[in-house]
Design a protein around this ligand. Structure first.
Ligand code: SAM
Length: 267
């Protein structure tokens, strides 16, 4: 039996998880992927000129991105990173940098209307129970004319190269259905337009995931889903499903990807 800790669809409950450090290690591994550097670049571009600006990073996780933003705003600017998870904020503070890190909830941020020139949320809205309320909150704390940048996955865009098409379709369905907001990526532009945002731009970004990243990323979710009856496979069938992927990885032939969308918009 495969043993993998952590469930990537439970990013709203990091502090209640048996091992909060799994989520920290997961984000560190993700942020090392080449496509995540592209993602950060797209988000920075969507935020517009940053020198001297006040920037809020919501759902900042370990704070590495916020530290990068601090370098871009420079000495005259201000960067604040907030996260729902005290464990994440503690880790972000431990890693240091010229950033204020606070525990706060995107469902109701503790900032004044228009307090920031630019606001960013990378891989966060897709975890929120009410995405429209979260998006409204991002727009509230940015000044009129300020910029909002968001990246969210669309979980129904998973590709996995596997010889068993039917079993793989079931795995992809299960992984998508495990996220409350599996279509968040494709809905970003429409949601922000409906909330009155202007100058909306959308850029797709596909993340190709190596086996060493992919298996620990989704392994826990699949095990939990199988045990709960949410995956139409036996435990042995799930083990067997991984085998061709392990073999492909050994030959250097593993392929899996997930597509998301970068939104840039003005308030
Ligand atoms: C997938 S991680 C992304 C972390 C970081 N943005 C990055 O890309 O490295 C999602 C983060 O959002 C945080 N989060 C989830 N729901 C939140 C909420 N309602 N308000 C603030 N942060 C939230 C989680 O604790 C987690 O740190």
């Amino acid at each position: 039996m495969t043993t993998v800790a952590g469930n990537v669809s439970e990013f709203t409950e990091v502090d209640g998880a048996p091992d909060a450090s799994w989520f920290i290690r997961f984000m560190d591994r993700a942020n090392e992927l080449a496509a995540y550097a592209t993602m950060r670049g797209q988000l920075v571009e969507a935020l517009g000129p940053l020198a001297g600006r006040a920037v809020l990073d919501v759902g900042c996780g370990t704070g590495d991105d916020a530290r990068e933003l601090a370098g871009l705003v420079g000495a005259g600017g201000r960067v604040v990173g907030v996260d729902l998870s005290a464990a994440m904020v503690e880790e972000a503070g431990r890693r240091g940098g010229a950033v204020e890190f606070l525990v706060d909830d995107l469902a109701g941020l503790g900032f004044a209307d228009g307090e920031f020139d630019a606001v960013r949320a990378k891989l966060v809205l897709m975890h929120c129970a009410d995405i429209d309320a979260a998006a409204r909150e991002l727009l509230r704390v940015v000044r009129p004319g300020g910029r909002v940048a968001v990246y969210d996955y669309d979980f129904e865009t998973t590709t996995i190269d596997h010889p068993d098409v039917d079993a793989t379709r079931e795995v992809v369905r299960c992984l998508a259905d495990g996220h409350a907001n599996k279509w968040s990526g494709r809905q970003l532009a429409r949601r922000f337009r409906d909330l009155g945002a202007r100058d909306i731009g959308i850029t797709p970004l596909t993340v190709v995931m190596p086996y060493e990243f992919y298996r620990p990323s989704v392994g826990g979710r699949l095990l939990a889903a199988q045990a709960a009856g949410d995956l139409r496979m036996t435990a042995d069938e799930l083990d067997a499903w991984w085998r061709p992927l392990e073999e492909a990885a050994e030959r250097g032939g593993f392929f899996a990807s997930l597509t998301g969308f970068t939104l840039g918009a003005s308030r």
